[in-house]
Write a protein that binds this ligand. Structure first.
Ligand code: IPD
Ligand code: CA
Length: 323
């Protein structure tokens, strides 16, 4: 007699089918202990609790595709009055489009039968499935919402997967520029790819010639102004594009040479995926004191960082910021 409900049984088959025949397993874990109920099943012949590593990249890629589908109708209604949906876990007003993107992530992960803890800028920290502590999925469903709402074509979705709710435990990441169809992905130890092609950061060593992104959105401008002034004085090409995750990816692939955010306002949900993308590309990212960047993954946790394409330009910027 099968001890499991129909839906759980179907869910197990789906996960097993995907993991065994389509999607080889790699990072993180899926609890497929329900295999115990299928002692004669050809897929799993075991009584033991089995944990399989999951190949997260195709799953994250599917999340991105589903986000694109979900937000497509809403993109046509941006000039209409928007409903008031309260304040998200990250402290900003929630837009319908943020929620649609978040729902697409949740639905996709559920379809894969995964257990996970979602750490999201919109709905905060929520558990899904029987073993949510097995996988932590940190998401900013839309990074650069203001750009999107105002028709500025620079916004992204950002999803990171980790084994613990900690930045340095992130093992798989995706940041997708939803307007230009450019997707950055990284897996721990496997490098960073842009639309499937390996990327490397720039070798630019001259700060004067470098293209340097600086997040200037801050109410505490007086506090950080002296540090920023020293940097801006020495740089001919300052940029502020309005979507942190994507701006970090631009350092990873050599589009820009550095990106700094020393406001103390940026959430870990916006940074988690791009942190791995930067590291795996071989670029640098540290605190403004030059220490390794780490933080609890939580929508309320804030970060400051300096990301730079290479050690030389990183040191130059650190010295100016610290001085
Ligand atoms: C924002 C962007 C922006 C940064 C803000 C973030 P959101 O993310 O990353 O570049 O200056 O601090 O809040 O709110 O669009 O997800
Ligand atoms: Ca957001």
């Amino acid at each position: 007699m099968c001890l499991f409900s129909d839906s759980l049984f179907k869910c197990f088959l789906k996960l097993s089918f995907r993991n065994f025949f389509h999607k080889p397993v790699k990072n993180g874990f899926a609890d497929i202990s329900s295999a115990k109920a299928l002692s004669n099943n050809t897929i799993m012949k075991t009584d033991k609790l089995m944990e399989k590593q999951i190949d997260w990249l195709p799953i994250l890629s599917q999340c991105k595709e589903n986000i694109k589908k979900e937000i497509a109708p809403l993109l046509k209604t941006l000039n209409q009055p928007q409903p008031s949906l309260g304040i998200g876990a990250g402290g900003d007003p929630i837009k319908q489009i943020d929620l649609a993107a978040e729902d697409a992530i949740i639905k996709t992960l559920k379809e894969y039968g995964l257990s996970f803890t979602l750490i999201s800028e919109e709905s905060g920290i929520k558990n899904y499935g029987p073993n949510p502590e097995e996988n932590y999925v940190t998401a900013d469903p839309i990074d650069g919402t203001t750009n999107l709402m105002r028709g500025i074509p620079f916004y992204a979705t950002s999803i990171a997967v980790s084994t613990k709710p900690e930045l340095r435990a992130v093992h798989t990441a995706l940041v997708a520029d939803l307007f230009h169809n450019v997707t950055y992905t990284a897996e721990k130890g496997e490098g960073t790819q842009r639309n499937g092609q390996k990327v490397t950061p720039s070798k630019q060593a001259s700060l004067e010639e470098a293209v340097v992104g600086v997040n200037l959105n801050t109410y505490k401008i007086r506090k950080v102004a002296p540090q920023l002034t020293r940097l801006i004085e020495k740089t001919k090409h300052i940029r502020h594009l309005g979507a942190n995750a994507l701006e970090l990816c631009y350092v990873a692939d050599g589009t820009t040479d550095a990106f700094i955010d020393i406001r103390g306002k940026l959430r870990t949900t916006d940074t988690a995926a791009a942190w791995l993308i930067i590291k795996e590309a071989g670029a640098n990212i540290t605190t403004p004191d030059g220490k390794p960047l780490n933080a609890k993954l939580d929508p309320k946790e804030k970060l400051k960082f300096i990301a730079a394409a290479n050690q030389k330009i990183h040191n130059t910027i650190l010295n100016l910021i610290k001085a």
